[in-house]
Structure formats: C-alpha cells, structure tokens
Write a protein that binds this ligand. Structure first.
Ligand SMILES: C[C@@](CO)(OP(=O)(O)O)[C@H](O)COP(=O)(O)OP(=O)(O)OC[C@H]1O[C@@H](n2ccc(N)nc2=O)[C@H](O)[C@@H]1O
Ligand SMILES: Nc1ncnc2c1ncn2[C@@H]1O[C@H](COP(=O)(O)OP(=O)(O)O)[C@@H](O)[C@H]1O
Length: 276
C-alpha cells in the first residue's frame, strides 16, 4: 500500500442555475447544468501506514482541518491508513468553479482505491456531500443535470465548447448570496428540453452583480464578445466560444486587473480513466 496517484481535479461551470425552493434546513433547492472543464488542480497522493494525513503545496493558508482535501481524507481514514498529498492549485478559490469540492472528490476517489476501501461510487458521493454540495458531481465525474441541492445527478452529453473564464478579483461568499433577502427563490422547475432551447439564467447573477460591482463590470465587458454569465455564486463569469483560438484572442484583451482562463468543456472527468 505505498503506490501513488497523480490526478486532475477538474473545475466546473454552472451553465445555468435556477433556485426552485428552500429546504427546512435552509439549504436551497436548485436546478443546474454542471459542465466539467479540462482544466483544474493537480493532486499527487501517496498512501502509507503512518495513520496521518500530510498535505503540502498550495494550501491557501488554511489550517489542515479546514482544508477540504484533509477533511475528505479523514472521512475515509481509519486504523493505520495514512497519506501524503501534494496539491497544485490553479482553480481560484471561492470563484464558483468548484475547486475545493473537486479537490475533496478527487481525494475520496484516489484514497478509496489506494486504501482499498471498496466503496461504490454512490457511497463515495454520499460520504462527500457533507463536505460540499458540489462534491457528488465531481465524484460522479460526468457533466450533469442536477437537482436537489446539486446532489441528484443525471449524466448528460454536452457539446465540448471552449470557454473564456474571468475572475474579477473579488471574493463572493456562497453563504452571503444564499442568505440575501433579494434572491429569487421561487423559479418554476423547468425541463431539460426547455434549457436546451435557451430558456435559462443564473438566479444568483443579479444579486451578485449588484453587490459586487467588479462582477457587473466583468459581465458587461465579456458581453461585447458573446453571452456572458456568472458561474455558481461567482465571482467568476464566463462566455462560450467556437474555438480555442477565438477564446484566446479575447483572453489577450482582458484587463490586467482580472485573471483570464481558457478551458474546454468535457463530459467525463479524466480522473475516472486513471482509476481502475
Ligand atoms: C450553488 C453552488 C453551485 O455550484 O455554488 P458555488 O459554490 O459553486 O458558487 C454550489 O452548489 C454551492 O456548493 P458549495 O460551495 O460546496 O456550498 P456549501 O459549502 O455546501 O454551502 C455553503 C453555504 O451556502 C448555502 N447553500 C449552499 C448550497 C445550496 N444548495 N443552498 C444553500 O443555501 C448554505 O448556507 C451553506 O452553508
Ligand atoms: N482545497 C481547497 N481548495 C479551495 N478552497 C478550499 C479548499 N479547502 C477549503 N476551501 C474553502 O472552500 C471555500 C470554497 O472554495 P471553492 O470550492 O474553491 O469555491 P466555490 O464553492 O465558489 O466553487 C473557500 O472559502 C475555501 O476557503
């Protein structure tokens, strides 16, 4: 049990996000289309018998017990199971790109194999949900139509378009947006067919744009080149392009105070092919 794995933890976009209700525990029910991207963090994980989880690399200044990678490893650990995990982060934290959740999911998938835990994918999704509403998506590893709080997933095949993502530099706390009084919480449930006909939006976008002027600016700037939209609760915004070259050409023009990323949509997470 000393083998290691190096896996990509992909980012995601919410191509649309409707809030359809609120549960008794305060969590919001939503409908969303999760698009996985061919771009993300890299985790290098080696299992050992130390009984400890050691994390190195880009730890974002978080205490180990607050890092979703360590929390995911601890959810599976028992006995003398231990691991050394190195993380190279590319996905900006708190950007609505699901970086923390993807890191957690990749950790669960890798350690389930390295530690021979024998959990099914469904069991891993359930173990990951308390860590974050997006963790089941990344454990399932497929672009998906999602309902519930994002954990009821149906795999979908989406066109593998190119996207330009802009991080306008501000941090938008998910909890703040979900507790905003002005947030629309009663969007009627729609069908997947309606979404593919273009009848969709992100219900968080107006609230985030009003509270965070830099997000509004980035949405307006990107709208010069195509339809621009917020992912999740932000702060990142994105637009779809027909080719890598056209996305790169616009990325070159992004104002210097913002971060630009070009990525391709993918249907299946590359991590799944790496794992047996
Ligand atoms: C709404 C999404 C769409 O992808 O936004 P992003 O975070 O990616 O921007 C996610 O599901 C978010 O998932 P995640 O960021 O993991 O959220 P969590 O840690 O589970 O929740 C943070 C806080 O947001 C609120 N929350 C989150 C998800 C949800 N469906 N309803 C909520 O009300 C809760 O107050 C919760 O305490
Ligand atoms: N490994 C990690 N990578 C990113 N963020 C993490 C990680 N562990 C814990 N976090 C915390 O999770 C929160 C949400 O991060 P993230 O999932 O990247 O954003 P979002 O939910 O907006 O997509 C951040 O506030 C961050 O402090």
């Amino acid at each position: 049990m000393s083998t290691g794995l190096s896996l990509m933890a992909p980012a995601k976009l919410n191509l649309f996000l409707h809030i359809t209700g609120r549960r008794a525990d305060g969590y919001h029910e939503l409908q969303t289309l999760f698009q996985l991207l061919d771009w993300g963090d890299t985790l290098t994980i080696t299992a050992d018998h130390s009984g400890e989880i050691h994390l190195s690399g880009d730890t974002l200044g978080l205490a180990p017990e607050d890092n979703l990678i360590v929390r995911a490893a601890r959810a599976l650990r028992h006995g003398d199971r231990g691991a050394r995990i190195h993380v190279d982060k590319r996905i900006p934290s708190g950007g609505g790109l699901g970086g923390g959740s993807s890191d957690a999911a990749t950790t669960l998938l890798a350690l389930n194999q390295l530690w021979d835990c024998g959990l099914s994918n469904a069991e891993l999704q359930a173990a990951g949900l308390p860590l974050g509403a997006d963790v089941p998506l990344f454990v399932a590893g497929h672009s998906a139509w999602a309902e519930g709080i994002g954990e009821r997933l149906r795999a979908v095949e989406l066109p593998e378009n190119w996207y330009l993502l802009i991080h306008p530099g501000c941090h938008v706390p998910t909890g703040e947006i979900f507790s905003a009084r002005e947030l629309t919480r009663n969007s009627p449930a729609i069908t997947m067919a309606a979404v593919f006909q273009g009848a969709y939006r992100n219900d968080c976008q107006e609230v985030v744009a009003r509270r965070y002027p830099e997000v509004a600016k980035a949405l307006n700037w990107l709208a010069k080149f195509g339809e621009s939209r917020l992912t999740g609760t932000g702060a990142c915004v994105f637009s779809r392009f027909d080719s890598q070259a056209s996305a790169e050409a616009v990325a070159q023009q992004v104002p210097e105070s913002w971060q630009a990323y070009v990525a391709r949509g993918i249907n299946r997470s590359p991590a799944l092919s790496e794992l047996s």
